[in-house]
Ligand binder design. Structure first.
Ligand code: FAD
Length: 300
């Protein structure tokens, strides 16, 4: 280490999500010079419902960002198991999980981490890695500015792939991702601008049927998150049509009933009723290098 606490070592962190920002922040705290590159033109601010469990709380505390991340857990959170006829039974509350995980929006975590990132950490948007060549002393990475097409090759001591489930870094470093295989489940998530009709702000619902379920997750200070999960024979086909069409097909043809109609009504009006568009993900098993990935259980 030099006199200013810097190691003089340079790290490339690919991806400006939770994993990338947390990695860059920690590297910077221990004296590295991280450079963050992000494919998008700017930082994402939206997000879906997310729970911060014990490991995440401990990590956030160690990074010094726990207070900044906050907590949207509803004090009197109540979950209802519902069926299509509208019958309600007591459901399992996330607040009852061991350690009482914090209920948050994904963007809360990113924002808390991002705010702690020192100003001198370089961030390059619209930038992707095109080639990674490693030798005994370091790594040469060819980075391309997707706006101009300009490419530059730079030397780093470390490259961290925090570029999500379909990681380009992983493909460039380890080759074809043949170890990924579909679990044949889809999830679709968004955040509502109003509670589902018939439910108070602190009340969530779970409609679980064989091969499909819909959940709402309440917050103390925000309308709920909405999560669909369903089994499918063909994940790629699900992405070929709009999210609402896919969800409707997956939950038909049974008559919707009041609870389902309320969820579907809110979600199909999503342009006016939801503050974020749908996030969709096909569940695949595989190795998630340097990712904060968390697998949604198929029945969730
Ligand atoms: C509905 C839902 C609920 C969830 N609930 C929970 C929960 O309760 N608790 C929990 O711990 N986790 C949960 N998760 C999982 C959690 O949200 C993710 O694991 C986490 O957000 C992943 O963060 P990440 O930084 O690894 O990847 P991402 O958020 O995918 O970020 C990757 C970044 O890399 C960028 N990128 C991609 N390719 C390139 C490239 N070639 N070059 C440059 N940049 C690139 C992307 O634009 C993006 O900004 C949930 C996920 C979903 C979908």
């Amino acid at each position: 280490m030099t006199h200013n606490g810097r190691t003089g070592r340079r790290a490339l962190v690919v991806g400006l999500g939770i994993a990338g920002i947390a990695t860059a922040l920690r590297l910077r705290q221990v004296g590295w010079e991280p450079v963050l590159v992000e494919r998008a033109a700017g930082r994402r601010s939206g997000g879906y419902f997310i729970m911060l469990f014990g490991t995440g709380v401990a990590s956030a505390r160690r990074l010094g960002v726990l207070d900044a991340i906050g907590d949207r857990s509803a004090a009197n959170l109540t979950m209802h198991e519902v069926d299509r006829a509208g019958r309600r039974r007591p459901g399992m509350s996330p607040a009852a999980l061991p350690g009482r995980p914090r209920q948050l929006l994904r963007g809360d975590i990113e924002q808390g981490l991002f705010a702690a990132l020192p100003d001198d950490v370089e961030i390059r948007y619209r930038t992707v890695p095109d080639a990674i060549v490693q030798d005994d002393a370091g790594v040469d990475v060819t980075l391309r500015d997707t706006a101009t097409g300009a490419a530059v090759t730079e030397r780093f001591d470390l490259v961290v792939g925090a570029d999500g489930m379909r990681s380009t870094v992983r493909a460039l470093a380890f080759g074809p991702q043949e170890y990924l295989h579909p679990l044949n489940y889809m999830i679709a998530a968004t955040v509502l601008d109003e509670p589902v009709e018939g439910f108070a702000r602190h009340e969530g619902l779970v409609l679980a049927e064989p091969g499909r379920s819909v959940w709402t997750f309440p917050f103390a200070d925000h309308a709920p998150g909405l999560l669909f999960s369903y089994r499918t024979a063909d994940i790629d086909a699900e992405f070929a049509r709009p999210p609402v069409a896919s969800v409707r097909a997956a939950f038909g043809p049974s008559p919707p009933g009041p609870s389902w109609r309320a969820c579907c009504g809110v979600s199909s009006r999503r342009r006016s009723s939801c503050s974020t568009p749908f996030t969709r993900s096909g569940c695949r098993a595989g190795i998630a290098a340097a990712s904060s990935s968390w697998a949604t259980p198929p029945g969730a």
